[in-house]
Design a protein around this ligand. Sequence first.
Ligand code: C2E
Ligand code: MG
Ligand code: MG
Ligand code: MG
Length: 277
Amino acid sequence: EAKEGGKRRFAVFTPAMRDSIVRRHDLKEELAEAISNRDLMVQYQPIVDIQTGEAISVEALVRWNHSDRGRIPPMEFIPLAEDTGLIVPLGRYVLEEACASVVQRSHTLQVQVNLSAIELEHPDLIQTITDVLERTGIAPGRLVLEVTETLLVKDAERGAATLQQLRDLGVQLALDDFGTGYSSLSYLRNLPLDTLKIAREFVEGLAFSDHDAAFVRLIVGLAKTVGLKVVAEGIETRAQLDMLREIGCDLGQGYYFAAPMDVDADWESAPVAAALV
Ligand code: C2E
Ligand code: MG
Ligand code: MG
Ligand code: MG
């Protein structure tokens, strides 16, 4: 399997490696408990019109505050959840929680939920999404599912077919972290996408690297030409924002506007204030 081939083979086995393997093992067991105990929670980060700071959507991001170990970053536990299949109940929890919260909070905001490749391959996916739409009463067009190109690596045709089925439910689709994976123009041409999210890596160098700026300009132009919305991820500075405005990027997300926030926080004021500065 491709995943196995990607794993590193160690020449020397150090105590640090042993600790890391033990931690992974323990976390897998604890994650199962965390899901059934509802020790996970969801934070929300605004996605805004970069001219006005007005939030048009929020991205749901799962959080695990471990009772003994403290906060564990998604980059550490999402891969474990994928390995164990726990990503399926975890994903369903985030989806349901996010849709229910946004319906309660607003009549217009969209909500974006990350879907891992494992979830997309799962035979119950379409039924799960249908159930969640029904149970929470959210208008399908307000739910945006974020996927990455990795979903297409194993079986591009099947991946594209699943995305089309989701689209047929009326939900929107965003391609996340664009530019970092196996980006291919054929994906943009063949997939039923609504939004392209420019990976933070490109936005990072925007203000000091002509080279990175050229790529962002190209991606924004490309997205607009083919009728996709485009979101710049990871905006942290005023200089990056200025460049994005000059380039003509419409939407953005990042600490400059607002960090991910709890469900009961004010999602809308900070981004508007940041846009005005
Ligand atoms: P992502 O989907 O690309 O989410 C954006 C990540 O960038 C989030 O990290 C967010 O907190 C972070 N971020 C936002 N603005 C900035 C900024 O200005 N600067 C920097 N340096 N970072 C910023 P987070 O929450 O740690 O999540 C990491 C990744 O874990 C996500 O990347 C996503 O791939 C995955 N993830 C998070 N929640 C879920 C989930 O519920 N389900 C699945 N399948 N994956 C999830
Ligand atoms: Mg995302
Ligand atoms: Mg992203
Ligand atoms: Mg991602």
